[in-house]
Design a binder for this molecule. Structure first.
Ligand code: BGC
Length: 229
C-alpha cells in the first residue's frame, strides 16, 4: 500500500475528512462532524482526532478558513480569535502523530479543481467567501477577496456569505453574485472561474461560459497537492 493522506476541510459549519491514495483518489467515503461551537483550536483539533480514529494514513493535509503561512493560522473571520497566530500544523501533527501541512481552504479547493492553464480564479460560497488565484497552475496563496470592498460599503463576504443569503434571500444574493462575477472578470481577466462551496446549489442564473461549478469534494481532493513540493 502506498502513502495515504488524510485530507481535512475545516468549515464554518462542518469538519470533513477523507483518506486519499498517492494519486489523490479517495479510498473511502467522506466523513463529517459539525464544527464545535465555539470553534476554538482545542475543540476543532478534538473533532479532527475523533474523525481520524480508526482510519489508516501517513500524513495530514488541512484546508483552513483563514490566512495560513507555514502552518500557522493568521486570521479566522468565521471561527474564534484564538486562531490568530496559532501553529495548527504543529498542534495537529502532535495530536495525530503524523506530518501535517495546512493551507487556506479555498487554496486547497482550487488545487483540487484547476486545469493548470492560464489565469484561473476560484471562489467559494459557504459560511464565508473564499478565493484562490492560479497562474498556469501555480498558486498565488492567501488571496482574501472575501474581506475586500465590493459594493454599498460592504465586502464580498458581507454581501455573499451565508449570513447575507439567510438574511437577504436568494433573489438578492443571486443578483449580487452576478455583479460580483462581472466585477471579478474585469479585475482579473481570468480564463476560467471556478465556483465551489455549499451554496453553489442556490445559484439560479445562467453562468458565463468560462465559469465552472466545482463539486464539494474537490475541497478534500486538493489535499494531495500539498505534498508535491
Ligand atoms: C476567510 C478566507 C476563507 C473563506 C472561506 C473567509 O472569511 O477570510 O480565508 O477562505 O472565508 O472559508
Amino acid at each position: 500500500m502506498g502513502i495515504q493522506t488524510l485530507a481535512v476541510d475545516i468549515g464554518g459549519s462542518g469538519i470533513k475528512v477523507m483518506v486519499l491514495d498517492e494519486c489523490g483518489t479517495p479510498l473511502a467515503e467522506r466523513d463529517r462532524l459539525p464544527t464545535p461551537q465555539p470553534a476554538k483550536p482545542d475543540a476543532v483539533i478534538g473533532a479532527i482526532a475523533a474523525l481520524a480514529q480508526g482510519k489508516t494514513f501517513d500524513r495530514v493535509s488541512v484546508g483552513f478558513p483563514g490566512v495560513v503561512r507555514e502552518g500557522v493560522t493568521e486570521t479566522a473571520a468565521n471561527l474564534t480569535p484564538d486562531w490568530i497566530m496559532f501553529d495548527l500544523a504543529t498542534a495537529l501533527s502532535r495530536q495525530l502523530d503524523k506530518p501535517t501541512r495546512v493551507i487556506n481552504d479555498a487554496d486547497m479547493q482550487g488545487l483540487g479543481a484547476v486545469s493548470g492553464q492560464g489565469v484561473e480564479l476560484v471562489i467559494t460560497l459557504g459560511t464565508g467567501f473564499g478565493s484562490a488565484l492560479f497562474v498556469n497552475g501555480k498558486l498565488v496563496p492567501n488571496l482574501e477577496l472575501g474581506h475586500h470592498p465590493f459594493r454599498k460599503g460592504e465586502t464580498y463576504e458581507e454581501q455573499l456569505g451565508r449570513a447575507a443569503l439567510d438574511q437577504d434571500g436568494k433573489a438578492k444574493w443571486n443578483d449580487r453574485l452576478k455583479r460580483a462575477i462581472a466585477t471579478l472578470q474585469n479585475l482579473f481577466n481570468y480564463d476560467t472561474l471556478y465556483i465551489g462551496g455549499g451554496n453553489t446549489d442556490r445559484i439560479a442564473f445562467q453562468l458565463p461560459s468560462n465559469t465552472k461549478i466545482v463539486p464539494n469534494i474537490s475541497g478534500l481532493l486538493g489535499g494531495i497537492a500539498l505534498w508535491k513540493d
